[in-house]
Design a protein around this ligand. Structure first.
Ligand code: FES
Length: 145
């Protein structure tokens, strides 16, 4: 079935930004969706609370790759606190929309960024509010329990 993707989704899918991994990353987050089987991994380099570099590896659908790509662009050069505020809605908007059945792919991007920040906090003994890392609630989400 052909999906009706926005030009930006297609652009990020065919030419994804920041693909790869960072050796000795300060934070690494890996999340997966049990239902579709897609896996997303995000690596962060953080200096003085600023995300100086970010890379991703995604084994997934076109939307998962496009959302990972745009998410890395949205958080690169930003303070860690801003990355934590990245929502799947912001990711979808930045891509010019996603088909409803593909919204869950953007949730994966939000969660991967958050998981990487959490890893950074954990590794550095930085205290945080666990509430910030609760799973996103998304009507279209197909997370298996
Ligand atoms: Fe599962 Fe896209 S179909 S992340």
């Amino acid at each position: 079935m052909a999906m009706n993707y926005s030009p930006l989704v297609m652009e990020h899918f065919t030419n994804p930004r920041n693909v790869g991994e960072i050796e000795n990353a300060d934070g690494v987050g890996e999340v997966g969706n049990a239902k579709c089987g897609d896996i997303m991994k995000i690596y962060l380099k953080i200096d003085d609370e600023i995300i100086t570099d970010v890379k991703f590896k995604t084994f997934g659908c076109a939307s998962a790759i496009a959302t990972s790509s745009i998410a890395t662009e949205l958080i690169k050069g930003k303070p860690v606190s801003e990355a934590l505020e990245l929502t799947n809605k912001a990711v979808v908007e930045a891509l010019g929309g996603l088909p409803a059945v593909k919204i869950h792919c953007s949730v994966l991007a939000e969660e991967a960024v958050k998981a990487a920040v959490k890893d950074y906090y954990d590794k550095n003994g930085i205290e945080y509010d666990a509430e910030m890392f609760k799973e996103s609630s998304c009507d279209h989400c197909c997370h298996a329990e």
